[in-house]
Design a binder for this molecule. Structure first.
Ligand SMILES: [Mn+2]
Length: 359
């Protein structure tokens, strides 16, 4: 039984009060149009995929796709797609991010269809689905990068905006190769505890500490339109972010974020980004490990989830061409709250994509 058939059948049952196994499946019905100005989970345009509401379909039932959306095996016909990239081969410390996409999908069962804070209606605005995972090579990071680049070329060629579930931060490099191939050098909103601009680590050029160095070398970024937010932790020299600043990046160390709303910062970031294409890369370790302990390289005194949400909501109006949420490591996430936070941040990203309808 397909998602929509199941949803339709369950809705029909809910309205009649009889158990579903006693009733034949009904043909797909057209949901009622929304009364003007009154959004409801039960009524949304048929043009779009709409996840089943937990009012009618048990949250814990079904195969866990991101946000309970239908699964598709390709991006054709989609405006936006959730994609998993399950690797941790690039991780320097705690492993486990290869399980990130799977756990984010499980915890995403809590997500509902509307954004209560911003009144965004993503499933009345965009055709969205979960298109599964890139088939990575867990034995070979360079081959994995090639596979990611090729997979994202195909996704982007359809005009679909990828919302990526990591996976360690290495994946941002091949994703941005594909993004820049399509859009040219992009602006970057990079939220992270670390700059990820190392040159060589243990003799290797590819890893989760090097992606943005590689991106600059290959001209994938419009360096005057790059901001790094939340950077902190001990460094290999006194000025850990000198290289970033020398490229023209704006660096916002975490100390500049403590004890305050980041809404004013994001107003400046929007001015910095302008109308050009922008990629949003959010490492969950930007958040304080008290909130998000399930990650590979935690650093204390980080951002709050509120500040994380402010950053993403502050990207509303930007020409976003792709987003990722990386470094969720379920083995270190004993409560599931890191993956839950990741799922919610991905939903917030969906809710600021271009062409979003807000009530
Ligand atoms: Mn990172």
């Amino acid at each position: 039984m397909s998602f929509l058939r199941s949803l339709t059948a369950t809705r029909a049952v809910a309205s009649r009060g009889a158990p579903s196994h006693l009733l034949p499946l009904e043909p797909r019905q057209t949901p009622a149009p929304c009364p003007r100005g009154i959004p409801s989970r039960r009524c949304s345009g048929t043009r779009y995929n709409v996840p089943p509401s937990a009012e009618f379909v048990a949250r814990v039932s079904g195969i866990p796709t991101m946000a309970k959306l239908p699964y598709r095996d390709a991006a054709d016909g989609l405006d936006a797609a959730f994609v998993g990239v399950p690797i941790d081969t690039g991780t320097s410390n705690r492993p486990g991010a290869r399980f990130g996409p799977r756990q984010i999908r499980v915890e995403s069962a809590m997500l509902r269809a509307y954004n209560s804070g911003t009144r965004a209606a993503p499933y009345e605005s965009l055709m969205v689905a979960d298109i599964g995972d890139v088939n990575v090579n867990v034995y070979d990071l360079k081959d994995t990068c090639k596979r990611i680049r090729e997979a994202y070329r195909k996704i982007l060629a359809t005009g679909c905006i990828p919302l990526t579930m990591g996976g360690d931060h290495t994946i941002a490099y091949p994703i941005l190769q594909a993004v820049a191939e399509r859009h040219g050098p992009v602006g970057l909103v990079h939220v992270d505890a670390h700059a990820d601009t190392s040159d060589v680590v243990l003799g290797e050029k590819i890893g989760h500490g090097t992606p943005f160095r590689r991106c600059v070398e290959e001209g994938l970024l419009d360096c005057k339109r790059v901001v790094q937010i939340g950077l902190r932790g001990s460094g290999y020299s006194a000025d850990s972010y000198e290289w970033s600043r020398a490229q023209g990046f704006r660096v916002v160390q975490v100390e500049e974020c403590w004890f305050k709303s980041l809404a004013p910062l994001m107003s400046e970031v929007r001015a910095q980004m302008g109308p050009g294409p922008v990629y949003l890369s959010f490492d969950i370790d930007a958040l304080d490990p008290g909130f998000a302990p399930g990650t590979g390289t935690p650093e204390i005194a980080g951002l709050t989830p509120i500040q994380g949400v402010e950053i993403i909501r502050g990207c509303r109006g930007l020409n976003l061409v792709g987003c990722d949420l990386v470094e969720v490591s379920p083995p270190y996430d004993t409560t599931g709250n890191t993956a839950l936070t990741g799922a919610n941040l991905l939903f917030e990203m969906l809710c600021v994509l271009p062409k979003m309808k807000y009530y």
